[in-house]
Each structure stands twice: as structure tokens, then as C-alpha cells.
Design a binder for this molecule. Structure first.
Ligand SMILES: Nc1ncnc2c1ncn2[C@@H]1O[C@H](COP(=O)(O)OP(=O)(O)OP(=O)(O)O)[C@@H](O)[C@H]1O
Ligand SMILES: [Mg+2]
Length: 276
């Protein structure tokens, strides 16, 4: 059982897109096992992109009740309660499979206030860990999508996680950002969560034609070769799936580049989790 946080303080690098598709891919694989357990996707970002995609995307308003719920997880978390089944629903992904990724009912306003509320509590960084304790064993895996920050929300995610995945868009400054995140992970490991492991770095929104991207990949291979996971290419089909509220596995054909990028990534993640 793994709790995997997608982390990068930089915005727009593909954290939410990868969270959705990794959750969908892992849920499908798990569902083929006997006595399988579901996958839970936790959205720690008040933009709620992962929740909105998992609940139908931007075209219809199916997600509205899920992001305005009165009984919602940020309120329970901020008040120090434990998670319960009444907070959990089936999402719509993977669209083409019966076994859906599970999701917390949330509330945009409560999410927007969550960081400030957590800071007022004792053991502020441990709140998500305590919150998840009653339900952790109900899931095969938990994927946590995080906001583009290095604040109290991702800190809670890192303390609660067993593994970290770091999507980076390979450009000139991404190596500096990557060093920052690795330091943050090291700090969490030294102080609160010694078992936290970096599962991998995902070059995301990758365009091989860009000279700069090739140079950065070269540097990444030299510095972090053992951590590099399969690239996710920059493909219009990936963003159109997300906008339409689909996982790539249900949206694109099996022979498409986008399908193959994500199935390679899921394979690599499953392989690395198996080795661990
Ligand atoms: N591999 C890709 N190919 C094409 N477009 C992509 C890809 N990955 C993400 N995008 C698009 O880029 C935008 C940002 O992606 P996403 O929301 O996943 O990033 P993020 O890191 O979660 O952003 P934020 O930090 O704001 O939460 C979205 O419009 C998404 O559809
Ligand atoms: Mg996001």
C-alpha cells in the first residue's frame, strides 16, 4: 500500500493531470486482482482541478455538488476529526471501467481556508496523517494532488505519504526548483517522516524538439538517473481528455502516444513500488 504525493511548487507542470491518470491506471490494475481494494485520490489544491476532472470536467456542472458539499473533508480535517465513509464517493474515472477511483466530497470555500486553519492546530503538519488513519487500510493506494506551493498543505501531504513523485517541465530553471523540492523532502524525512521515499521524477509536458528540453534531460540523467521515470509528452490529446473529464486511458486509443506515455508511467510506478 502506497500513499503517493505529487509535488512541485511550480504551477502548471502536470501534477493534477498525472494524479488523475495515475489514479485511473492504478485503479484498473488493482481491480484485476482478487479481493482488490479501490484507489483514493485526494485533492489538496483549492483550485480543485483533479476533483473537477474526476467529476466530469469543465463542460457540464456535474462536479458542483462535490465541490460545495456541506459534509466535506477540509472541514473535517481542519476540526481534527478522522475520515469516515460518509465523506467518500465514487468519481467518474476511469470512465470505461466499473471500478472507480474514490474521492472526498469537498468544498471550495473550506479548501481556501484550510491552510490557515491547519496552522492554528497543535502538530499542524500531522493533521492529514491523523485524519487518514481510520481509512488508510481500505485502499490499495492513495494519490495526493498538491497545490503549487511549499506551504502547510503539501507539508501535511508529505508527512502522510510513503512516496513522492515530482513532475517537472524540463526547462532552464526546473533543476533549481527540483533541488528545492528534494531539500524539502529531505527535511521532512529528517524531522517527521523517516520512511518517506522519492519514487521518481517525471519529465512532464515534454517536447523533444526543444533543444533546451534535451539539455535538461541530459543533466537530469547525470544527476538523478536512478530516479527518472518515463516522460509524459506534451500532447493536445492529454489536455483535451482532462478538460472533458476523462482519464487518458478512456479517451485515447491504445496505440496513441498519450495512452502509451501514461501506461508506461503506471508500469514504471508499479514496478518501483514492487521493488521497494
Ligand atoms: N502532457 C501534457 N500535454 C499537454 N497538456 C498538458 C499536459 N499536462 C498538463 N497539460 C495541461 O497543462 C495545464 C496544467 O496542467 P496541470 O493542471 O496538470 O498542472 P498542475 O501542475 O497541476 O498545475 P497547478 O500547479 O496549477 O495545480 C492544463 O491545462 C493541462 O491540461
Ligand atoms: Mg494542479
Amino acid at each position: 500500500m502506497a500513499i503517493i504525493s505529487l509535488i512541485n511548487r511550480k504551477g502548471g507542470v502536470g501534477k493534477s493531470t498525472i494524479s488523475i491518470n495515475l489514479a485511473a491506471g492504478l485503479a484498473t490494475r488493482e481491480s484485476r486482482k482478487p479481493n482488490s481494494k479501490p484507489v483514493l485520490l485526494i485533492d489538496m489544491d483549492d483550485q480543485l482541478s483533479a476533483t473537477i476532472t474526476a467529476m466530469g470536467g469543465g463542460f457540464d456542472q456535474a462536479f458542483v455538488p462535490v465541490i460545495t458539499a456541506e459534509n466535506n473533508y477540509p472541514t473535517a480535517l481542519a476540526n481534527g476529526y478522522g475520515a469516515t465513509d460518509s465523506l467518500i464517493i465514487d468519481s467518474l474515472i476511469p470512465r470505461k471501467r466499473e471500478e472507480k477511483v474514490k474521492l472526498f466530497k469537498t468544498n471550495k470555500a473550506a479548501m481556501e481556508g484550510l491552510e490557515a486553519q491547519l496552522k492554528t492546530r497543535d502538530e499542524a503538519a500531522f493533521q492529514l496523517t491523523y485524519f487518514l488513519e481510520p481509512i488508510v487500510n481500505d485502499f490499495a493506494h492513495i494519490i495526493i494532488d498538491n497545490p503549487p506551493s511549499a506551504g502547510m498543505l503539501p507539508m501535511n501531504s508529505l508527512v502522510a505519504s510513503t512516496h513522492v513523485l515530482i513532475p517537472i517541465e524540463p526547462d532552464g530553471l526546473s533543476l533549481i526548483g527540483l533541488a528545492d523540492i528534494l531539500r524539502m523532502v529531505e527535511n521532512v524525512r529528517a524531522t517527521t517522516n523517516p520512511d518517506l521515499q522519492v519514487l521518481g521524477i517525471i519529465p512532464s509536458r515534454f517536447r523533444m524538439v526543444r533543444r533546451q528540453a534535451q539539455d535538461v534531460i541530459g543533466d537530469l540523467e547525470k544527476l538523478y538517473g536512478h530516479l527518472l521515470l518515463p516522460y509524459i509528452k506534451d500532447l493536445a490529446e492529454i489536455s483535451s481528455a482532462t478538460t472533458a473529464g476523462y482519464d487518458v486511458f478512456s479517451w485515447a486509443s491504445e496505440s496513441s502516444q498519450s495512452y502509451r506515455c501514461f501506461s508506461n508511467l503506471v508500469d514504471a510506478v508499479v514496478g518501483k513500488l514492487g521493488d521497494a
